[in-house]
Design a protein. Structure first.
Length: 645
């Protein structure tokens, strides 16, 4: 199933070009739904907003032409609701206060490491989802207004005892000039209280003590005429107001569905708080019965076998059909509607070709798909029982249930991933312990005994044993490094690539190989892990090239006839390590980064796997190509390039 999140367009603004692109790259890596674009000034950002639809803006604070706060104020003047995240190393309370006053959506300080981008991506996604949820709620309220406008009964909606909305029927009923003539009036001026003493059910709804009430009341028109009517009240949400919000209808009591539509907002809050799919289904079943009036209904969700399994139902539907069946592909009306994805009311199911039981007591049914997650089915023993009002209200409820199910699924995936990572880390730690202790100890004993044996005997077999033990030692070292390397990096620092290369050259057995350092680039990286990557690349080039090496030549190859020459150079967005050795066959380039690959007889086969893992932990992409001289060339892109020295 999907995450329930559609495409999110993010604009990243930072005056450092590499950092703007880096933010965009990491956002896309951490959140599949995000498509990010980086620009290097607020002026460029405003121009981009003129020509593109953007769902979220992420901006630095300290920029030369227009700073982050001024940029935010300009964006707010254009679009008060567009999510705007200030992502900056400028961490003073004054900046935070200015940002909040200007209407910033979120304020996030830059830190070291790539974990900050996961937080940033999550904050951006959540901000966009909140805006979209509000738009959906506003759309639902607009639909409700259209329904109420068409209702023949007078409908008043009050907030804290004051009229906030009146439909056209109410305007005519009360003899008002228009809706505004009724709004802002105290509800008590229009609907008189009970003649008898005691608790007033309608007042109890207003005060939040009850969720619904139906009573007979005296209605007072604007001409001061008094009319007896049935008044039904229920608590709702209107224009995002919290607390006690009521809908008051003067009507004949024969049709209750329309007056309860606004209570869907309260049901939506409950749905979004649910933590498991069955809880969402239960809330949806109750909302359909109590708010919309679909008394006999059930929710079927897709199970692991791809069938619609009943997970929640009202007592009324169980009374009608008994045990609810699990529905498979092509065996019911419900499955047909589920696949179509369109809400459908069937006037008489007995005449439908896909009906399961033509003797069913059910005559009409309303099918409300819940996206890919399942379907809500409401039934009636009356032919053609479901009106357009039922369908519209049902669609609203179904859309809210689908969003809630998507949120539950997303949370479950995050919990599963966290558990998977925790288990994986535990296993790697156990493995590293075995490698570092249980294997090294007997190996050290063997090496010690061999040294003693060499003192007493001069035998060619001893040299072969020594070579085998050295290979075992190299394997253990590489396995231990591979196990503890991990796929994330907690913190990074600004490092000199040239310095790191030269430091590695000093510790690698390079023989008469030559090194060319053609870079003065500074990177954001973990120095220890970067050196591990470079050491493996240098060792790989020497071991897999023709024999013969020579010492470091500085920044140029000296005269003479050296072995392999290794060059470290800049490329757009990163760096490259290439050599003039025999290269790697094109057919093998797909598998070189897999553990165990080696063309050298004494190689461990883990060196390039370690290189790939370290690059991935930094968020870099490593690509193997052919160098200009026909050797191997490893290119690293997506690198956070800080500056040139």
């Amino acid at each position: 199933m999907g995450t329930g999140v559609s495409g999110i367009s993010v604009l990243c603004v930072d005056d450092e070009p590499s950092f703007a692109d880096l933010i965009a790259t990491h956002l896309e890596r951490n959140e599949e739904a995000i498509a990010a674009t980086g620009v290097t000034s607020a002026t460029e950002g405003l121009a981009y907003l003129d020509d593109h639809d953007v769902d979220c803006v992420i901006s630095d604070y300290h920029m030369p032409d227009i700073d982050g706060i001024a940029f935010l104020e300009t964006v707010r003047a254009r679009d008060p609701d567009l999510p705007f995240l200030l992502f900056t190393s400028q961490g003073s309370e004054e900046v935070a206060s200015e940002a909040i006053a200007a209407g910033v959506t979120d304020y996030i300080q830059k830190t070291r490491g790539t974990q900050q981008y996961a937080v940033l991506a999550r904050r951006a996604r959540n901000a966009v989802e909140r805006v979209r949820a509000k738009a959906a709620a506003d759309d639902a309220q607009s639909q409700t207004k259209r329904i109420l406008s068409a209702a023949s009964d007078a409908v008043l909606i009050s907030v804290t005892g004051t009229v906030a909305y009146a439909n056209p029927a109410a305007v005519a009923f009360f003899g008002a000039a228009d809706s505004a003539d009724l709004c802002d009036r105290p509800l008590a001026d229009l609907i008189e209280g009970p003649a008898e003493s005691g608790t007033d059910p309608v007042q109890a709804v207003l005060e939040g003590e009850r969720t619904a009430a139906q009573v007979d009341r005296t209605i007072r028109t604007l001409a001061d005429n008094r009319v007896q009517a049935s008044v039904t009240a229920c608590d709702v949400t209107w224009n995002g107001a919290d607390g006690t919000v009521s809908v008051i209808s003067s009507r004949d009591g024969t049709n209750e569905r329309e007056r309860r539509l606004e209570a869907l907002h309260e049901a939506t809050r409950q749905l979004m708080a649910a933590e498991v799919p069955n809880k969402v289904a239960g809330i949806g079943v109750n909302a359909a019965a109590e708010i919309i009036g679909l008394d006999a209904n059930a929710v079927h969700l897709i199970d692991d076998d791809g069938r619609l399994e009943p997970v929640a139902a009202t007592a009324s539907i169980r009374t009608l059909v008994g045990d609810l069946p699990t529905l498979g592909p092509g065996d019911s009306i419900a499955w047909r509607v589920y696949e179509s994805g369109e809400a459908t009311a069937v006037p008489d199911v007995r005449g439908d070709d896909d009906v399961q039981n033509r003797e069913t007591p059910i005559r009409s049914e309303l099918y409300l798909p819940l996206g890919e997650y399942g379907i809500l089915i409401a039934a009636s023993t009356t032919v053609d029982a479901f009106t357009e009002t039922d369908i519209v209200a049902g669609r609203i409820l179904a859309a809210n249930m689908e969003a809630a199910l998507a949120a539950v699924e997303r949370d479950e995936q995050l919990r599963d991933r966290e558990q998977e990572l925790s288990t994986q880390n535990d296993r790697l730690e156990q493995f590293a312990t075995v490698v570092s202790h249980d294997l090294r100890n007997p190996l050290n004993v063997a090496i010690g005994r061999l040294e003693a044996l060499k003192q007493r005997h001069d035998d060619d077999s001893i040299a072969a044993i020594e070579q085998a033990l050295d290979r075992m030692q190299a394997l253990i070292d590489d396995l231990l490094l591979l196990a503890r390397t991990g796929d994330t990096i907690a913190e990074t620092e600004t490092v000199s690539l040239a310095t790191a290369v030269r430091d590695c050259w000093e510790v690698v057995d390079t023989g008469d190989a030559a090194l060319v350092v053609d870079t003065d680039r500074r990177l954001q990286a973990d120095m220890t892990r970067l050196k591990q990557l470079l050491e493996n690349l240098l060792r790989n080039a020497v071991e897999h090239s023709s024999t013969g090496s020579r010492a470091l030549s500085g920044d140029a190859v000296e005269n003479g006839s050296p072995g392999v020459t290794i060059t470290v150079s800049d490329i757009p967005g990163g760096f490259a390590v290439s050599d003039d050795g025999p290269g790697i066959p094109e057919a093998d380039r797909e598998t070189v980064f897999e553990s165990g690959y080696s063309t050298a007889g004494d190689g461990t086969g883990f060196g390039l796997s370690i290189v790939s893992q370290i690059a991935s932990a930094h968020g870099w992409t490593v690509t193997l190509t052919e160098s200009d001289s026909g050797g191997a060339r490893f290119e690293f892109t997506g690198v956070d390039v800080v500056s040139e020295e």
